[in-house]
Design a protein around this ligand. Structure first.
Ligand SMILES: [Fe+2]
Ligand SMILES: [Fe+2]
Length: 200
């Protein structure tokens, strides 16, 4: 039994509408892809929640909404709702949607559950000492079935079923490698997370 009471199907329809409405056909096609990715994350998070004994419904909702801010413009949303993200986070464009996602999930989807909100918040960067739910959403985002078949994903998927911390360390390591190879800036949270999980 789940101790939360959100309507998954209703939230799913709402997310789909928010992703796709008011877009050009090309942008809508991209949004559909992101939606399919989201459903892959839900599927994977559900599987992992069952393995690791986490509230399955919470994992499904967190996974469903993990990218809910993907198409929001930070400046517009922040002005409209009077919220501000940490300057330190705003330096990393790819990370913003995760932190903004907390507010979007609250305001637009009525989510108040802190565990769900934190799983959305850290799904891109990870962080040290994550909850099981945070680890599950972080991993599910990286390894969901729709992700391209990189060689390392086979290993990542296998590890996720066996040892959550080792799987997190593995994906963090890959992410850091990817970011460095492309000479992008690595978010300090990812670095801290790797320091934490590599010793696990
Ligand atoms: Fe994301
Ligand atoms: Fe994602």
């Amino acid at each position: 039994m789940s101790n939360i009471n959100y309507n998954f199907e209703q939230l799913k329809q709402q997310l789909h509408k928010n992703f796709t409405s008011g877009k050009t056909p090309k942008d809508a096609a991209y949004a559909e892809k992101r939606f399919t990715h989201t459903l892959g994350v839900v599927e994977t998070a559900e599987k992992l929640a069952k393995i690791y004994g986490v509230d399955v419904e919470k994992a499904r909702i967190a996974a469903l909404l993990h990218d809910c801010a993907k198409f929001h413009k930070y400046n517009d949303f922040s002005r409209k709702h009077g919220i501000k993200l940490d300057e330190e986070i705003l330096k990393y464009p790819k990370v913003i949607h995760s932190f903004l996602g907390v507010f979007v999930a609250k305001v637009e989807y009525g989510i108040e559950d802190v565990e769900i909100l934190n799983a959305i918040k850290y799904h891109t960067t990870g962080k040290p000492d994550m909850t099981v739910l945070e680890k599950i959403v972080y991993l599910a985002d990286a390894i969901e079935p729709g992700r391209e078949e990189y060689e390392y994903l086979i290993e990542g998927r296998k590890l996720a079923n066996e040892d959550l911390d080792k799987a997190v360390a593995f994906i963090l390591e890959r992410t850091i490698k990817y970011v460095k190879e492309r000479k992008l800036e690595l978010c300090y949270l990812t670095e801290d997370a790797y320091e934490w999980y590599r010793k696990k």
